[in-house]
Design a protein around this ligand. Sequence first.
Ligand code: ATP
Ligand code: MG
Length: 561
Amino acid sequence: MSEDDSSAKRDFIREIISKDLTTGKHDKIVTRFPPEPNGYLHLGHAKAICLGWGIAQENSASGSEFHLRFDDTNPSKEEQEYVDSIQEDVKWLGCDWGKHLYFASDYFEFFYDCAMHLIEEGKAFVDEQSPDEIRAAHGTVAEMGAESPYRDRSIEENVTLFKKMRSGDFGNGEAVLRAKIDMASPNMHMRDPIIYRVLHETHHNTGDKWCIYPMYDFAHPLEDAYEHVTHSLCTLEFEVHRPVYDWVIENCPVPAVPRQIEFSRLTLNYTVVSKRKLLQLVEEEKVDAWDDPRMPTLSGVRRRGFPAEAIRNFCTDVGITKFKGVTDVARLENEVRKLLNRDAPRRMAVLDPLKLVLVNMEVGVAEEVEAKNNPEDESAGSRKLTLGRDLWIERDDFVVEAPKKYFRLAPGRAVRLRGGYIVQYVGHEIDPDTGEVSEVQVEFIPNTIGQSPPEGVVCKAAIHWVNASEAENAQVRLYDRLFDDESPEAAEGGFMSVLNPNSLKVIEGAKLEPGLGAEAPGFVCQFERLGYFCADSRDHLPSSQVVFNRTIGLRDSWAKK
Ligand code: ATP
Ligand code: MG
């Protein structure tokens, strides 16, 4: 993200931060991104990462920090695979945490001490009601909750029982530690929230050392305080939890006072961004994996060929507000197009091949022609291609009966081969079995490379082609949006009912210009006239198994729908 980008978007959080620096409330800023390692990161997370990292970056002169902290306090759903993928994704996004990589599970002893402190202050108690009893006594929005019969236990008894919870004397669900706040609070989260529970499960970091685990509302403010986070930036659904956050900070022996500020989540049309739903797509095999190129995960869009810079630019462009809006996914796609148009080299590939024979060219001749790598950028240079008697062209670049506005190849017409000759129709053949055109014959007009057509020849279009004798065969995967409904989550039958049946079309036997098959996985280019494509990072094996993914078409084909 360039400095221009970020300073152009002053939002309410950046206003608060700059004020805190000028008034001397803080001399440096510390932000964090706190993923729970229970899934892969998605585009929504990118917004939160770019915000936290961007703010630290903009204030780097004062020594500001961006922390990557795993909020790994729940052993049941967390896995090492996710810990690894999250780091890879944040790094790829370009948001470097430097030496500030942390795990909340490293603070378990600190959380325990804070809980003990609350008990000793008479502000927490061990509740032995069953989970159902606790739920029933919680009250409703309209009705206040009822105090637990265990609420007035002595401090000594609570200390003993909490130690027993830790040492494994209770089974799952047999006891919890609750903060003593206010069962009559209109804010349900303030009604003696559970801050510790018994859970006999192995943790990916601490193994079997613990059988009690802190709850999010208790652990999160303590994690922030422990790391001296100054501004704890999170999404709006945490707004109602803020009173608990502040209560924990006020009542525990913390080394710093962080401030929680909420902003609106990224919500995209034609997309779902919720780990739970993305997991469901993976588990029900609607997609190949978390990194399926149709997934809105960072690993998915990376495999699809989206540049990290496009995601960062998109996040900057969307901005930070408290307004709950839906962002058009086309804005992201346009950022991708903009960058690839600037950076991606041009190549030629034919996806639906039709044989074109240059009847006046001798068999075995290969004429060298020069093709520009980017017609809009001379510095991208050019490459040499050969043109032979037999070429492949796109099936729909020839029609037997041309409508008025059709300027490509047809009986009686001439067309230019990109970077090469103008060719004139001579004849065509039809496959008697399929009724389809099987071959088109043309004559090339000498001296027309880089020259305008001679007198009497009308040529209004240039088509792409690949020399048949050198073409490389490839599998090409045409990806499109995963959902064909604008609001998949609001769909009557649920988001699974509006999957786009055409989100993946696999083409076997596409013809690529020579050299493309040897490119490394991840190589991105424009297939002229077709869109942007990249060599698949999982399945493409240079020179032996050539697999390209369509990253994005040249134009937004959804805009008109
Ligand atoms: P999900 O809703 O997909 O399950 P989550 O909020 O449970 O995501 P966490 O790993 O807990 O995922 O989130 C880490 C951080 O990412 C949180 O601070 C959260 O506010 C932020 N975040 C999650 N989703 C979005 C989103 N759509 N837009 C912006 N920030 C998000
Ligand atoms: Mg969450």
